[in-house]
Design a protein around this ligand. Structure first.
Ligand code: NAD
Length: 500
């Protein structure tokens, strides 16, 4: 039997549930035979296990990727685009099963998982198209008799280290860009959510991606990432995860001078001026805070509300938060799933206790949910201040902190008072003011009067310690390409030389 958990009998196609790593076109166990168990965060049940691989298997994957590079980069852009298009179509055709796998290992509701699968596929479709548009430049020459040309080349073997909160989209956003550019990609998924990655590998195989072009290595974070970082053949590494781990990887990449792209922590300010339509802003803030149970790098972590509507906003927002349905992702109409692990719960308890000890008011929630396990109540804290831990530290859970502000300059100062700079939200009926504020916010992405802002055409990424580089958009290819300059001498015959 290919699976050991009854829940996977629910899959239409059980062969999407893979418990082996995918290296060089083959399904593999760890050399040691060791495995790591994966649990369902909703009830702690064992979903399955994946190989606990380390440096040796990673080096094997790097060798396979290096071998695949010459062939893959040598294909025409159209051929690579067609292969990606086949992968995209298979992801979409299997969206129900992929969503089920994601909900079981990640905990988010089935509706959110389905949304993520479509989001994940959209990057594959996008980069299938962008593969054909990796244009170079013809440069007007400053030297007589020369032709100056810059081309964009694939950089070489690429690797991705990805988190558990978006187990599929954080892989396709990197892998599709790399593969479109002509680079083989080695993925090391988060140990909490490897099955989504392995299902993507199964579909890559069915899409006839050549062996070694898309590989998934599961196992020890440090052993695998050290092997990737030490290898001179791995030329680009893309990481999505915490700023702490991002710093370690940046240091590791220095030894072989790799191209590094980093999608790191966020600590989004959500700024509400008192001229807004209050119910709309409040409803949007609920979405921005509680989607993915708050475990989202774009989550509204600091909600700043102007004096004039502060109390009314707090009351409306609290009523909506308290009405959110908490439950396992497979239950109908669930809004909030479980947290990913016990450490996340402890962090929430610490942030809440710290805020209350420094004068915050608890408007709803504040503790573990009555159903136990990894569930936490949707929580709202009013009168939060910059002295509280929640002002400095990413929350990554369903705790919302409301800050009161008086004027534009003060809220800009407070919003920018962070090491992070990923996303920010500004709500105001006065678009001139919203724009003025948005321009002064030190964030890579700013949304006005709405929260949905991501997708394949836009450059996703942060400033300051939220990251380096951009994913998606036409810029996403650049993370996996390098410019090469050609100077062609002696083309003009002397007789034809232009003089005047
Ligand atoms: P994390 O940094 O703990 O882990 C991310 C990945 O790195 C995992 O696969 C993990 O196993 C691996 N890892 C952990 N320690 C490592 C080490 N020493 N060396 C190499 N790899 C290591 O982050 P997480 O808890 O999985 O994810 C949440 C974080 O990700 C949050 O900070 C969130 O803001 C961030 N995030 C950012 C974006 C973005 O696009 N900017 C998107 C999603 C999540």
């Amino acid at each position: 039997m290919p699976y050991d958990n009854d829940l996977f009998r629910m899959l239409k196609d059980a062969s999407l549930f893979r418990q082996q790593a995918y290296l060089n076109g083959a399904w593999c166990d760890a050399d040691s035979g060791e495995t790591d168990a994966v649990e369902n965060p909703a009830d702690g049940s064992r979903i399955g296990a994946v190989p606990n691989m380390g440096a040796v298997e990673t080096r094997r994957a790097i060798a396979a990727a290096s071998a695949a590079f010459a062939h893959w980069r040598g294909l025409t852009a159209t051929e690579r685009a067609r292969a990606l298009r086949r992968w995209n179509d298979l992801i979409l055709a299997n969206r129900d099963d992929l969503a089920l796998i994601m909900t079981l290992e990640q905990g988010k509701s089935l509706a959110e998982s389905r949304g993520e699968i479509e989001y994940a596929a959209s990057f594959v479709e996008w980069f299938a198209e962008e593969a054909k548009r990796a244009y170079g430049e013809v440069i007007p020459s400053h030297l007589a008799g020369r032709r100056l040309i810059a081309t964009r080349e694939p950089i070489g073997v690429a690797a991705a280290i990805t988190p558990w909160n978006f187990p599929s989209a954080m892989i396709t956003r990197k892998a599709a860009a790399a593969m479109a550019a002509g680079c083989p990609m080695i993925v090391r998924p988060s140990p909490e959510t490897p099955f989504s990655a392995l299902a993507l590998a199964e579909l890559a195989a069915r899409a006839s991606l050549p062996k070694g072009v898309f590989q998934v290595v599961t196992g020890d974070a440090v052993a695998i990432s050290n092997a990737l970082m030490e290898s001179a053949e791995v030329r680009a590494v893309s990481f999505t995860g915490s700023t702490e781990v991002g710093r370690i990887l940046l240091a590791g990449g220095a030894a072989t001078v790799k191209k590094m792209s980093m999608e790191l922590g966020g600590h989004a300010p959500f700024i509400v001026f008192d001229d807004v339509d209050l119910p709309t802003a409040s409803l949007d803030a609920i979405g921005a805070k509680f989607v993915t149970t708050g475990q989202d790098c774009l989550a509204a972590n600091r909600i700043f509300v102007q004096d004039g509507i502060y109390d009314a906003f707090a009351a409306d927002f609290t009523a909506r938060a308290a009405a959110l349905k908490v439950g396992a992702g497979l239950e109908p109409d669930v809004d909030l799933g479980p947290l990913i692990d016990a450490r996340a719960i402890v962090k929430l308890e610490r942030q809440v206790a710290d805020a209350l000890s420094k004068g915050a008011r608890l408007l709803t929630g504040g503790k573990r949910h009555a159903r136990g396990g990894l569930f936490f109540e949707p929580t709202v804290l009013a009168d939060a201040t910059p002295e509280m831990e929640i002002f400095r530290e990413e929350t990554f859970g369903p705790v919302a902190a409301l800050f009161r502000f008086h004027d534009e300059d003060a809220v800009i100062r407070q919003a920018n008072d962070s090491i992070y700079g990923l996303a920010a939200y500004v709500y105001s009926a006065d678009l001139a003011r919203a724009w003025r504020v948005g321009e002064q916010l030190d964030y890579g992405m700013v949304a006005f009067n709405g929260v949905k802002m991501t997708g394949p055409p836009v450059p996703f990424g942060g400033v300051k310690q939220s990251g380096l580089g951009r994913e998606g958009s036409r810029h996403g290819l650049d993370e996996y390409m390098q410019l090469k300059y050609f100077c062609v001498n002696g083309i003009d015959r002397p007789a034809l030389k232009r003089t005047g």
